[in-house]
Ligand binder design. Structure first.
Ligand code: AP5
Length: 210
């Protein structure tokens, strides 16, 4: 099963992708996490991506498509995968179609900008594996420490309030149009994102008919 999670920054795509990975046994592919890892490792892609990510702008399509093409060809994607944060533009979605990547479901996590702005102030992410937490809604078991890998939790640089506002503008301008793109293909399902994490997860599974 190949799934796309759509939604504004902070809608809960990463959180839901982690839960779905556990429940469905297929990997989550987060372009945001892959780019942050590239920055951390100081690779050429990381250096290019950093200029865009720090400002909350989109990384060029050709960079994204290169890393996605390579990742979905890995053996652990044979039985399916969850795309988190990609596609983000119509050309990216069209390129996935042109690559012959079959998509079974597209779930858009719906949430208002005002809830997102409030949520982002409480987000903490693991500096090692990228897992996402919230100081109130989804705290780690041990203070400031990732439940999954023991890494230290950090505040993402692009979670500064003015950068979040810019990311939301970019979402409405560039990414929201993907909903009509996938609606025309009969694949779009909408799920309410402003509900407890486990409830949202059950709603996503129901929307997928699982
Ligand atoms: P990326 O890392 O993909 O960021 P994003 O899409 O902006 O999404 P976020 O990771 O901010 O949020 P999320 O929806 O995953 O929410 P989360 O689960 O963490 O991209 C970062 C940058 O990389 C982009 O700006 C761009 O520069 C570049 N990039 C990446 N992909 C690209 C692409 N395809 N094309 C071009 N550029 C690309 O949840 C947020 C918080 O809320 C957490 O604290 C969480 O614990 C909490 N939370 C989650 N669900 C709930 C709930 N139900 N109730 C209460 N709190 C909740």
């Amino acid at each position: 099963m190949n799934l796309i999670l759509l939604g504004a920054p902070g809608a809960g795509k990463g959180t839901q992708a982690e839960l779905l990975t556990e429940k469905l046994g297929i990997p989550a592919i987060s372009t945001g996490n892959m780019l942050r890892e590239a920055i951390h490792n100081g690779t050429e892609i990381g250096l290019e991506a950093k200029r865009y990510m720090d400002q909350g702008s989109l990384v060029p399509d050709d960079v994204i498509l290169g890393i996605v093409r390579e990742r979905v060809s890995q053996p652990d994607c044979r039985n399916g995968f969850i795309l988190d944060g990609v596609p983000r533009t119509i050309p990216q979605a069209q390129a996935l179609e042109d690559m012959g990547i079959r998509i079974d479901h597209v779930v858009s996590i719906e949430i208002s900008d005002s809830v997102i702005e409030a949520r982002m102030t409480g987000r903490r992410v693991c500096g090692h594996c990228g897992a996402s937490y919230h100081i109130v809604a989804n705290p780690p078991k041990k203070d400031n420490t990732c439940d999954l890998c023991g890494g230290t939790l950090e505040i993402r640089k692009d979670d500064a309030p003015e950068t979040v506002r810019h990311r939301l503008e970019v979402y409405h301008r560039e990414t929201e149009a993907l909903k009509s793109f996938y609606e025309k293909l009969g694949k779009l399902r909408l799920v309410e994102g402003n509900q407890p994490i486990e409830d949202a997860n059950r709603a996503i599974l129901r929307a997928m008919g699982v």
